[in-house]
Design a protein around this ligand. Structure first.
Ligand SMILES: [Fe+2]
Ligand SMILES: [Fe+2]
Length: 196
């Protein structure tokens, strides 16, 4: 009887080992980059909406719509603040730059009008949404929770993107040029924040 038990135990240990070996591991360098850049991006997003709300005011109709998105960005940055600590990731050294640049982009587009502010949202959220989609392909089964978090945030960013479109973003003066410039700016910021 005792022998049988021992055998069963041995078998289950073997099984556990096999499962462990089969679980694909996310590359640590990639994981660090993902958390660093997402933390930076979410921080930038909160600053963009801060800038827009500073111009429109919290209680205006458009201000309330923006506040809804800003609240979600706040949730996102808080999650990445936790992850930075939990996974021992160095945050980007450029947070002070994204602080100023984000606010300036938000306030600057808001000064151009509501449609321009929404065009900014469309451009930024498009890039962030695509970026989150790409990242999910790089995350393996050992980081299922993170993958789920990013998938949820991708959905939120898509919602923001659509809010922008619903608020007539495409009729902002110079929409095509403006969104292209902002998209390039965001992609550059992403590339830099991964490494620095
Ligand atoms: Fe976000
Ligand atoms: Fe967003």
């Amino acid at each position: 009887m005792a022998l049988k038990k021992k055998k069963i135990k041995k078998k289950s240990v073997k099984k556990k080992k096999a499962i462990k070996q089969r679980t694909a591991l996310t590359d640590k360098a990639i994981l660090d980059e993902i958390i660093r850049v997402d933390h930076a991006g979410e921080y930038g997003a909160t600053r963009i909406y801060d800038g827009q709300i500073a111009i429109f005011g919290k209680n205006s109709k458009i201000g309330k719509t923006i506040q809804h998105m800003a609240d979600q960005e706040q949730e996102h940055i808080e999650k990445f603040n936790e992850l930075i600590i939990e996974k021992h990731v160095r945050p980007t050294a450029l947070l002070p730059l994204w602080n100023v640049a984000g606010f300036a982009l938000g306030a600057g587009t808001a000064l151009m009008g509501e449609k321009a502010a929404m065009a900014c949202t469309v451009a930024v959220e498009k890039v962030i949404g695509e970026h989150y989609r790409e990242q999910q392909k790089l995350i393996e089964d050992d980081e299922k929770e993170l993958k789920k978090t990013i998938a949820k945030f991708e959905k939120d960013e898509l919602e923001h993107h659509n809010i922008g479109l619903e608020h007539d973003a495409e009729n902002a003066p110079g929409y095509k040029v403006m969104t292209k410039v902002i998209e390039i700016g965001c992609k550059t910021a992403i590339a830099i924040s991964k490494k620095i």
